[in-house]
Design a protein around this ligand. Structure first.
Ligand SMILES: [Mg+2]
Length: 265
């Protein structure tokens, strides 16, 4: 079936360390002019979808908030629906705490975090041992344990820094329980992007830089998968990637996508 919708990752795919990657803006324009439905599916959780849209516009990419499906928004929505009114402890940024409060969750402070019913681990620029230990204790006491993503890290200009997955696995190792993922490639995220695109999986291409998140998400929905080498994946790490997350195509960067579509359509 011909590709009609494209799910694009953000970090490492169209942007890297807040800079637009070469050719990304032009490529989005080409794809839009050709009539492809676009959804930007990101593990970002520090900002609301509107703030993400504003940040992308400031960086030079025209992306509306309605085109964004972010792990943060999906996690907030999931917790509101499934744990409404519960006490939640967050290892994450203030903005995700504020958004959880806004949907009626009782957000605990670092002082009494260990009594939480629910623990959510997200991107935390101020993570420290107090937070990790409060979350660990809550999980040990039986709190439901969620993480926005298990990405190996977050790509910066000259390095990859530990992210939510790293913090959650530190807690999991000590508490002896694994977290439930709410971002890519979870069913929760799949449902959110499918709801937005309203297309069968076979007419969708998923484009991203991480096999275990982007390619796996694409596999789950029966889409064509494209891995870009512009983010965290290196030729060496690709060698070690499980066969089940190998993409249908590997391209150097986003500007190679229109040419690839010409070949496969
Ligand atoms: Mg990425």
């Amino acid at each position: 079936m011909a590709i009609r919708g494209i799910i694009l990752d953000v970090d490492g795919t169209v942007i890297l360390a807040n800079k637009v990657l070469d050719g990304a803006s032009e490529t989005l324009e080409i794809l839009r002019n050709r009539g492809y439905r676009l959804v930007f599916c990101t593990q970002q959780n520090q900002y609301s979808d509107r703030m993400l849209s504003d940040r992308l516009k400031t960086a030079g990419l025209e992306v509306s908030e309605h085109e964004i499906v972010s792990a943060g928004a999906v996690a907030v929505d999931f917790l509101a629906r499934n744990h409404g009114g519960s006490q939640v402890y967050v290892v994450g940024a203030d903005s995700i705490r504020d958004r959880l409060s806004a949907v009626g969750m009782k957000v605990l402070s670092d002082r009494n975090g260990e009594t939480a019913d629910v623990v959510l681990v997200a991107t935390d620029p101020d993570v420290n041992l107090i937070r990790l230990s409060a979350a660990t204790e809550a999980v040990r006491r039986g709190a439901d344990f969620y993480v926005t993503s298990l990405d190996r890290g977050e790509p910066m200009a000259d390095r990859i820094i530990p992210g939510p997955g790293s913090f959650a696995l530190a807690i999991a190792y000590t508490a002896g329980r694994r977290p439930i993922v709410l971002g890519k490639p979870s069913q929760v995220m799949v449902a959110a992007v499918m709801d937005r695109l309203q297309l069968p999986g076979s007419s969708i291409a998923v484009i991203g830089d991480q096999p275990a998140q982007d390619v796996r998400l694409g596999r789950t929905l029966g889409a064509t998968t494209v891995l870009l080498m512009s983010g965290v994946t290196t030729p060496e790490s690709l060698e070690r990637t499980s066969m089940s997350y190998r993409p249908d195509a590997i391209l150097p960067g986003i500007s190679d996508v229109p040419g690839w579509l010409d070949q496969v359509q």
